[in-house]
Design a protein around this ligand. Structure first.
Ligand code: SF4
Ligand code: SF4
Length: 398
């Protein structure tokens, strides 16, 4: 059986020399065609620039020193390097602000590479012939001129998809309102996972390199806690890379639906027994107590049951609705501007969420600078989770 390779290399700090060594070790075992390009070729680096307001220490975005070290590898090949993304906020100017807050503007200036703000770049509609949820998407025209797309995800949890990894990282190529449309067409975890795989079926990076030096655990992708994993992961197969990342976080095989659906569609290898891991042995570096997003019976519901049942069950017990914590909210309006479901109402000078409209997309929680959004489950969901916790606790004690 042909194995796909994922490199997992130790890298304890964002120190330039350590990053350079780790990246070289991570890329060396991969097929040369996945990351070697001739002089003059155009290479697009796609970091995860989710937040426009978090500094690198928050571990929400791919660290600028990581992006710098990757850019240097392609500059040494004498390629034209572009760093591009569209951040999670839909407010005008947010990607430009994210570039400044993260420090990518300085990286680009130091190295003399270009920056692309996909909120402003010309875009075109691309059909998705095999799409299960998405049939077309507006994507940057720049992709046509790119000889190599390098995706640079962050090692983070995600409340909807459990892991926000290499397959999902391409969502940042969809500018502004296009992301709202994706969430509107795919309000449930299973559908959003299929939508991410639809996108991946038409935009396939040549290589994925994951920043797992410091990742995020808990309530990711923006509201969790930074935690050191001390690793760099790389693969020519985004699906395989995500499978290994999920395993490192202590997730059971098959629970990350983007990985499972992409594997079933033949877009990559999501089964660990078909992946050759080189570098650090997984048994020595796995972090099983990496905190997952607020728990859900997702492993049972989302992986075994039919779509219609999952949708019903999600509405009844699983879907976390947003609510605003008045004592933290400064009424900046970011959440209102970014809500694809138009679920926010102003009542008596305060913001409220119309629970029946909320599609649990987490967009408001991702953009709120004051962490004033609480994702709360309906009472039935909390009872189910309480029982789940109790059972999990008993199992741990045995
Ligand atoms: S909840 Fe957050 S994003 Fe929304 S208005 Fe309040 S502070 Fe702004
Ligand atoms: S209220 Fe928040 S979680 Fe609910 S649909 Fe709007 S942006 Fe998404």
């Amino acid at each position: 059986m042909k194995l796909t390779t994922v490199s997992v290399i130790r890298c304890p700090e964002y120190d330039r020399a350590q990053l350079r060594r780790a990246l070289r070790e991570a890329l060396a075992p991969l097929p040369p065609e996945s990351w070697h390009r001739p002089p003059g070729a155009t290479v697009l680096l796609k970091p995860n620039l989710l937040s426009s307001h978090d500094t690198p220490e928050a571990a929400v975005n791919t660290h600028p020193e990581f992006v710098r070290a990757v850019a240097e590898i392609f500059l040494e090949q004498r390629c034209r390097v572009i760093i591009g993304d569209s951040c999670g906020s839909l407010s005008p100017g947010s990607t430009a602000q994210a570039i400044r807050t993260t420090g990518l503007d300085k990286v680009a200036a130091d190295l003399g590479v270009e920056l692309a703000d996909f909120d402003r770049a010309p875009a075109e509609e691309i059909p998705i012939p095999e799409g299960k949820v998405l049939k077309r998407l507006r994507l940057p025209k720049l992709l046509r001129d790119v000889d190599l797309l390098v995706t640079l995800p962050k090692f983070k949890t995600h409340g909807l998809t459990l892991l926000t990894g290499a397959v999902k990282n391409q969502l940042g190529l969809v500018a502004g309102n296009g992301k709202k449309e994706v969430h509107r067409s795919a309000p449930h975890p299973r559908e959003i996972a299929r939508a991410m795989v639809d996108l991946y079926s038409v935009v396939r990076p040549g290589v994925a390199i994951m920043d797992a030096v410091v990742g995020m655990e808990g309530n990711g992708p923006a509201g969790g806690s930074a935690r050191k994993a001390g690793l760099v992961l790389a693969s020519a197969d985004c699906v395989a890379l995500d499978a290994v990342a999920a395993d490192l976080m202590g997730c059971k095989p098959g629970v990350v639906l983007t990985t499972r659906f992409a594997d079933e569609s033949g877009l990559g290898v999501g089964r660990l027994d078909q992946i050759e891991v080189v570098g650090a042995p997984l048994d020595q570096i796995r972090i099983p107590d990496w905190r997952k997003p607020p728990p859900f019976v997702r492993s049972l519901l989302f992986t075994l049951l039919p779509d219609w049942f999952v949708r019903w069950a999600y509405n009844v017990v699983g879907g976390a609705c947003a609510s605003v914590m008045d004592d933290r909210c400064i009424l900046c309006g970011e959440c209102v501007a970014n809500c694809p479901a138009k679920a926010f109402r102003e009542v008596g000078g305060r913001l409220k969420v119309e629970q029946s409209l909320c599609i649990s997309c987490y967009c408001c929680s991702e953009v709120c600078k004051n962490r004033a959004i609480l994702m709360r489950r309906p009472i039935a969901g909390r009872i189910v989770h309480g029982v789940y916790h109790l059972a999990a606790g008993r199992r741990m004690k045995k």
